[in-house]
Structures are given as C-alpha cells and as structure tokens.
Design a binder for this molecule. Structure first.
Ligand code: ZN
Ligand code: ZN
Length: 425
C-alpha cells in the first residue's frame, strides 16, 4: 500500500516538472508525395483518409522542400534534414547508416559500406548481383574479422543478400568508388579514389577494398555452403560487392542539440541507422518489416508507449515509397489508407503534437524520387488552424505553414514544445 502511494507521488512530481514541455509524434511516410496521375489525382488524394484529414483540419498545413527546391533527396539525407541536421554538414555517407542499422559498432575514423552477396563467374562477370536474394550467416562469419595490412574488417549479413561492412584502422577515407556494378552482366569494378579528393588515404582504402573483394571470392567460391547451393541449383553467394562508403564522425545527439530525448520506430534498417547516428533510442517492434506487409498496429502501440519515456517519437513507414518505385498507384493508395486506419487512427487523440509528412515524393508516374515538395501538417496546442481540411499535395498548398524546408521543421517544433531559445533579447 505504502509503496503504491509513493510511486504515484513520484509520478505526479515528474508530471509537474515536465508541465512546461510538450511532446511530439513525427510520422514520416516514405516517398508519400506524388503527382496527379490516375484520374487526375495523386494516390494521397485518391486514398480514404478520414483520420489524417481530421488532423489536417485541426492543424496547420503546408508544403515542405525537404532539402531545398529542385534538389531530389535520398532517403538518408532527407531524414537528416527533417530531424534537424543539415545534410550538407552532417551526411557521413550511406555505409555508416547501414552499419548502425545492423547494430555494428563504429568509432571515429572507421569507414563503413553497404554490401551485397553476389554471384560471379570465374571472369568476375556479375551473374546475379543479389545471389538469389539469399545471404548466409555462415558465409558472413567466414569473412568477418579478416585483416588486410593494418586494417581489420567486419562484415554482417543483415536481410536477404544485404550486408554491412566496417573497416577499422588508421588512414581510411570514404572518398572511394563503388565495386558494385549496379547491374548484371558487368565485370566487378575496381575500387578507385574519387577524383575530387585523391590522396594517400584514398589510395590505401581503395587498395584494401579491392583486396577484400578478391579475398571474398577466394574464400566464398569453394565454401561448403556454396557447394550445397550449387547442388540445389541455387546461385552461389561467391563474392561481396561494396558500395556507398561512409566515414563515421561523432555528431551531437538530438538531446544535446535540441534538448529532447528521442525514439525511433522503424522497420527498415536505414532509418534505424540514421536514428542511432543521431543518438535516438531505437525501439524494436514486432512485425515491423520495412515493407508493405508491416504491422502498423504494433507501430502505433510502440509509438504511444515510447511517448512515456521520450519527448520526440519518430515513426517511419516505408511501404509508400516501395509502391512509388514500382509505379503501383493502387498499391500506394491502399498503403496510405492502411496508414490512416491502422496507425493514425490509434494515435490521433494523443495529448502531444502530431506531425505527418514525407521524406520526399516518389511519383508512381516516374518510379523514382523527385524534388516535388511534400505535404506537412502540425497538429497540437496553439497552432494556427488554417481552414485546410484535406491532407494532400494540392490542398495543403493554401495552408498557414506556407512552404518550409525540411531543416526548418525541428526548430518550429522546438518552439511549440517549449524548448525555444530566444534570438536576441
Ligand atoms: Zn525515402
Ligand atoms: Zn525510395
């Protein structure tokens, strides 16, 4: 009995302490933005979204150039910008996010890569750059911990054929080219220093990468796991192809930079990697796959739960981008309707700010990212409701937020949340 009373008291005290600060759920639907196509509508216009529209009606709306007008964002740079980090200053290269997303450790100066198991013939011609979309923990283990000169190399198989590679040692550089051919039929490329910045570190790193790729073929081609795969008629995973070099430097965490403790709810490893890089807590969610079949109910529950311990909860949904790349209007429309019913419906009445936006547009008509600005809405205490009552690319253009950049979003939220710093007196 006594214990119970004292716990409740503490809870009440905590609440009082935080009274002047509000919390945020930021929902980023990857590649949500689009252009009018089927029936003159965008997938977002065509989707059934009563809960999202209600947020629009109660909130302040606008368009957002995630990097700046005319710049086509990658998902990684886009997320940095939206989370308040200028990508031109803080982008470490994709490999770093891949390694963090794979739960690998990184220290200052380490160079990390994305990598694939692939299938090559004995002339180094790429037969299948995804090795039948099948990786192997055992093959990864055969390469993990190799040493070349004074450099130690770590490799982890993440999902399917995908891997992350970390190189540790002195004088490494991220300014080296990809070994991956990016298409079948080509010969495995030589890693080279990138011409913009060629020096001893770049030459050394390129040499290590090339040696590592050669060794991977030597070790994997004859490996029993691959003999077995051949017997079953499967393509052997007999080489590792590296790309997207990144170099790790510490950055100030969101807590240090903005004052709030942040959490990430995501299925795909890139976003978990970005979150870790920024010092956010990554919350594991059962059934979050980073694909269209992801469990949105569980993500909603996890987001609400994360709000107990965190000030800023970033929720990522990937499925919208996937159908954009596939040119699948109907798939994108359906995914948006699902986000409305299975995710937004569950969080819409929370006593926090809610923001819904995208990291970029992925129009189904062009099947790639575009620079079209994305819709954004902020709902919560004190926002100037603006008369927009439908959340889509066209309707929000007349909203009170006008047109902002991705990097503006967190400062705007900081002020609403009570973390503002006055400029001048
Ligand atoms: Zn994206
Ligand atoms: Zn994409």
């Amino acid at each position: 009995m006594n214990t119970k009373i004292s716990v409740d008291k503490n809870k009440a005290k905590d609440k009082d302490k935080d009274k002047d600060k509000d919390k945020v759920i930021l929902l980023i639907c990857d590649g949500l933005g689009d252009r009018p196509s089927l029936g003159g509508k965008t997938p977002l216009q065509a989707a059934d979204t009563p809960f999202i529209d209600k947020i629009s009606e109660d909130g302040i709306n606008g368009l957002m150039d995630v990097i700046s007008p005319g710049i086509v964002p990658g998902s990684d740079t886009a997320h940095l910008a939206i989370l308040g980090y200028d990508p031109y200053k803080y982008y470490p290269g994709r490999g770093v996010f891949e390694a963090f997303g794979a739960d690998m450790e990184l220290h200052k100066g380490d160079v990390a890569f994305r990598a694939n198991f692939a299938t090559v013939d004995d002339k180094m011609r790429v037969i299948d750059r995804r090795a039948g979309r099948k990786g192997s923990k055992e093959l990864a283990e055969a390469l993990n911990g190799l040493e070349i000169e004074d450099i130690k190399i770590f490799l982890k198989n993440t999902t399917e054929h995908r891997c992350a590679v970390v190189m540790k040692g002195k004088n490494l550089s991220k300014y080296v080219s990809d070994v991956d051919t990016h298409e079948e039929g080509g010969i495995v490329k030589d890693c080279k220093p990138l011409t913009l910045k060629e020096g001893a570190d770049e030459r050394k790193t390129a040499g290590i990468v090339n040696e590592f790729v050669r060794m991977s073929y030597g070790i994997l081609n004859e490996h029993p796991v691959n003999e077995e795969r051949r017997r079953r008629g499967e393509p052997p995973a007999n080489i590792v192809l590296l790309r997207g070099a990144g170099s790790y430097e510490e950055v100030p965490s969101m807590k240090e930079r903005y004052g709030f403790g942040a959490a990430c709810i995501a299925g795909a490893s890139l976003y978990k990697g970005v979150a870790k890089y920024l010092g956010m807590d990554v919350v594991p969610v059962e059934g979050a796959t980073g694909k269209a079949d992801t469990n949105l109910n569980n993500k909603a529950e996890a987001a609400l739960h994360a709000l107990d311990e965190h000030d800023f909860v970033f929720v990522h949904v990937k499925g919208t981008d996937n159908s954009g790349h596939e040119g699948d209007f109907e798939g994108k429309r359906k995914m948006i309707s699902r986000i409305d019913k299975e995710l937004v419906a569950r969080i819409e009445d929370v006593d926090s700010y809610i923001i819904i936006t995208a990291d970029h547009s992925t129009p189904v008509s062009i099947k790639r990212h575009s620079s079209d600005p994305v819709p954004v809405v902020i709902k919560g205490d004190g926002v100037r409701k603006d008369g927009v009552n439908k959340f889509d690319e066209i309707s929000v253009a007349s909203g009170g937020l006008g047109r902002i950049r991705g990097i503006d979003l967190v400062p705007i939220l900081s002020d609403f949340m009570g973390y503002y710093k006055m400029y001048g007196t």
